[in-house]
Design a protein around this ligand. Structure first.
Ligand SMILES: Nc1nc2c(ncn2[C@@H]2O[C@H](COP(=O)(O)OP(=O)(O)O)[C@@H](O)[C@H]2O)c(=O)[nH]1
Ligand SMILES: [Mg+2]
Ligand SMILES: [Zn+2]
Length: 364
């Protein structure tokens, strides 16, 4: 049997499929002529990206057009490359449509979300036994992941530090709300069998969680070698200095793609609200019985959610956490609206100035 030929001739060579490439991407890439090639961003420095293509890894700059449009790629993005034979560095000319995007609100800025990783199928929310085992933080990460388009899995690391590892899963269960919980020790190498179902070939798995919970140790254990050895290519940053940064996308022997993310000190929820109902399904369920369909469960009369708390059917901590995150989300959305209104004003100012310059110069 002969393999099916792609009529457009745009199907990238086999290895791209093992990078998580899919049919949708093939369709999006089809309009690019032969000198362009697709690849996946494995490492992001300030202005330089490492891109894995079907047969090599190259350094690339984002095109001016992408930079001006604020469409910079992130780790995990599938991009379109243009390589000039005489130039050492390739140019990223397009970012292909994302099937998921993990983003967080960036505290103190115009309210724009900060993308962290793209095209992720599954996210391990990593937490650790001991001080980091913070249920409220897990809820926050769940809301973030539920809004991203990727599936969450809660991973409790450092089981070796807990007297009774089984109790760890039980502690987390009330906030997991049906999301799988896996307890491991990256250091002792225990519990990894529980991860196997999530490490399918061609899947992209991202690890998120506070700094120090053991994400890098876990990736090293999965890789069976020190990930630090595979740091990004050293590149001159234009000021004559070398910049280094650790690679963030790895390919396991199983064919799973793993993305490490830097420990996030602050995890703002961003502006995408879709994640809350999924993160607090029991509250969403109770809300059907609130008197007002737009009940915020904060102060309205006839609130079924607050009644459930009073009756002991819903934990108060859970409702408080929901209210805190919902409030934060509303604030972030408002800020983003103001931010986009402001940049819209700036845009119009630019346009009217152009028009004025044009009028003033016309008479000459
Ligand atoms: N006891 C214990 N320590 C661990 C485990 N996994 C990681 N650590 C330690 O936790 C510290 C932080 O680990 P690291 O992988 O750098 O965390 P990251 O910031 O999330 O990448 C290191 O000192 C690790 O040796 C574990 O399963 N058990
Ligand atoms: Mg790390
Ligand atoms: Zn209510």
């Amino acid at each position: 049997m002969t393999p099916e030929r792609d009529p457009c001739g745009s199907t990238p060579p086999g290895p791209l499929a093992s990078l998580g490439w899919d049919e949708t991407l093939t369709a999006a890439f089809a309009r690019y002529p032969a000198q362009y090639r697709p690849g996946r961003v494995s490492c992001r420095q300030r202005t330089v990206f490492d891109v894995i293509t079907a047969n090599e890894s190259v350094s690339a700059h984002a095109s001016g057009a992408l930079r001006h449009a604020g469409r910079l790629p992130v780790v995990g993005d599938f991009v379109v490359l243009l390589s000039q034979p005489e130039a050492a560095v390739s140019t990223i000319v397009d970012v292909l449509p994302r099937r998921s995007i993990i983003a967080r609100g960036l505290p103190g800025r115009d309210g724009a979300d900060q993308p962290i990783a793209a095209n992720v199928d599954l996210v391990f929310i990593v937490t650790a036994a001991g001080r980091d085992l913070n249920l409220r933080r897990i809820e926050r990460y769940l809301a973030l992941v539920n809004a991203s388009g990727a599936q969450p899995v809660i991973l409790v690391n450092k089981a070796d530090l807990a007297g009774d590892p089984a109790s760890l899963a039980k502690t987390v269960a009330p906030v997991a709300a049906g999301v799988p919980v896996v307890v491991v020790s990256a250091l002792a190498g225990t519990g990894f069998a529980g991860l196997a179902p999530y490490l399918a070939p061609g899947w992209t798995v991202a690890l998120v969680g506070s700094s120090g919970v053991g994400k890098s140790t876990l990736i090293n254990a999965l890789l069976g070698r020190a990930a630090q050895e595979t740091a990004c290519v050293r590149i001159h940053d234009g000021k004559g200095r070398h910049t280094t940064s650790v690679r963030e996308l790895f390919v396991l022997d199983s064919g799973t793609l793993v993305i490490d993310t830097p420990g996030l000190r602050e995890v703002g929820l961003g502006t995408v609200g879709g994640g809350l109902a999924e993160t607090f399904p029991e509250i969403a369920e109770l809300a059907f019985d609130c008197r007002f369909s737009d009940c915020t469960h904060a102060h309205e009369p006839g609130c079924a959610v607050r009644e459930a708390v009073d009756a002991g059917r819903l934990s108060r901590a859970r409702l408080e956490s929901y209210l805190r995150l919902a409030g934060e989300l509303a604030f972030a959305q408002e800020k983003a609206e103001i931010g986009s209104a402001r940049s819209e004003r700036r845009r119009w100012k630019g346009i009217s100035k152009q028009a004025r310059d044009f009028r003033e110069n016309k008479g000459r």
